[in-house]
Design a protein around this ligand. Structure first.
Ligand code: ADP
Length: 395
């Protein structure tokens, strides 16, 4: 009997669930459940993106992750028919200092992951709620946690530490880095599309709603722009990116802002949205053309260029630059703006290939290869879940 791996990405008010066949990891379906506890709505698509089902609830719809996933899996059962769920892979934002690899979640691991909630209070509780719900809905099926931090766990001390007292480092106040599943996927794709540079010095720019960059040497992450939380580094759709901590102290002392108000400011009201006063969405800003929208884009680009220089220094040179995620994959103007004037670094873009969105977008003579590679974090999770299952003697 053929099997499937389910991949769950549970956020605060939405859950994404994707279905992969164990055979070749073909994508069979994806389900999006939004508005948990507010205005629940569910949409299912097949592997080619055609809508299979849509449903909305008025009063009294599913109010939590457990109820939402019960609806999703009830829809899924007849869709799967004879196909058996062999594993469920979960995107879990934080694996703490220990986890450099995915794990099967048993009771002890579940408690250990709960202890990491203070490190990622906005994401970890929802990820764990997804694991609990799926474990109850599919008793006996291995629940595999794949961590956004795992790919970065090999960072050297200097990239892992802040200049704080050592005890805080020992207690876990470190630069963990995130988007690791995306970087790991891109690393794997590089081996396929450009094997001659995959083992070299590579910077991947994951530019989406959340944005970060990662320095990879011989397929291993050595540094990343994100730090203790996913608010550091590049400016993002609504997040600040790097910020002088003195600004926070000032806002607390001079404006009386508390942790909740600062969290809202840093995570929800800043970045492209805050600077443009218009939108967190790069498409809106590119279309608007207002002075503030242009400045917001210019700030995003400037910070990406600075990080490109910094990460190149960390790598001791650069062989390839890869653009990925929503903006990185789809905005030729942002890619061109980041690369412009970077000839000193050996970066020369091919304008035609860039505009056409080809895989290799560097000019023939460019010392640094520039690539555009779509990311696929869900496929990475499915692949991890299956590999772990097989290592335990599964299908
Ligand atoms: P998330 O981090 O939520 O997964 P995505 O990777 O989907 O986000 O990226 C979303 C971002 O990608 C948004 O800023 C969106 O405007 C941008 N984007 C998507 N398509 C385009 C496009 N054609 N041109 C410019 N920006 C785009």
């Amino acid at each position: 009997m053929s099997g499937v791996v389910l991949v769950v990405n549970a956020g605060s008010s939405s859950i994404k669930l994707e279905v992969f066949a164990t055979d070749g990891l073909a994508r069979l379906a994806n389900l999006l459940f939004e508005g948990i506890g507010v205005r629940p709505a569910m949409r299912a698509k097949d592997g080619a993106g055609a809508v299979l089902a849509e449903r909305m609830w008025a009063e009294g719809g599913p109010a939590d992750h457990r109820a939402a996933l019960a609806e999703v899996t009830a829809w899924l059962a007849p869709f799967l028919g004879e196909r058996r769920v062999v594993a469920v892979g979960h995107r879990v934002v934080h694996g703490g200092p220990e986890h450099a690899l995915p794990i099967v979640v048993d009771a002890a691991a579940r408690s250990a992951l709960a202890r990491l909630v203070p490190l990622a209070p906005l994401h970890q509780p929802h990820n764990l709620a997804g694991i609990d719900a799926m474990a109850a809905l599919y008793p006996g099926v291995p629940q595999v946690a794949c961590f956004d931090t795992a790919f970065h766990r090999g960072h050297p001390f200097v990239a892992d530490a802040f200049g704080l007292p050592r005890t805080l480092y020992d207690e876990g106040i470190r630069r963990y880095g995130f988007h690791g599943l995306s970087y790991e996927y891109i690393s794997g794709r590089l081996v396929e599309v450009a094997p001659e540079i995959a083992a070299g010095r590579v910077i991947v720019a994951h530019l989406g709603n959340g944005a970060s960059m990662c320095a990879i040497r011989q397929g291993r992450s050595i540094d990343s722009t994100m730090g203790f939380t996913a608010v550091d580094g590049l400016p993002m759709g609504t997040r600040t990116g790097q910020l002088d901590p003195g600004v926070m102290l000032h806002l607390m002392t001079a404006r009386g802002m508390d942790a909740a108000a600062l969290t809202r400011l840093l995570y929800n009201e800043s970045g492209l949205k805050g600077l443009s006063g218009l939108s967190s969405d790069m498409r809106d800003l590119e279309a608007a053309g207002t002075a503030q929208a242009r400045e917001a884009i210019a700030y995003f680009v400037y910070r990406a260029r600075k990080e490109l220089g910094a990460l190149t220094a960390a790598l001791g040179g650069l062989d390839a630059l890869v653009f990925t995620a929503g903006i990185g994959e789809n905005s030729p103007t942002t890619r061109a703006a980041i690369c412009a004037g970077m000839e000193w670094l050996g970066i020369a873009l091919d304008d035609r290939a860039n505009a056409a969105g080809e895989t290799v977008i560097s000019a023939p003579g460019s010392r640094v290869r520039i690539l555009r590679i779509p990311t696929d974090e869900e496929r990475m999770i499915a692949s991890h879940a299956l590999a772990l299952l097989r290592a335990r003697g599964g299908p």
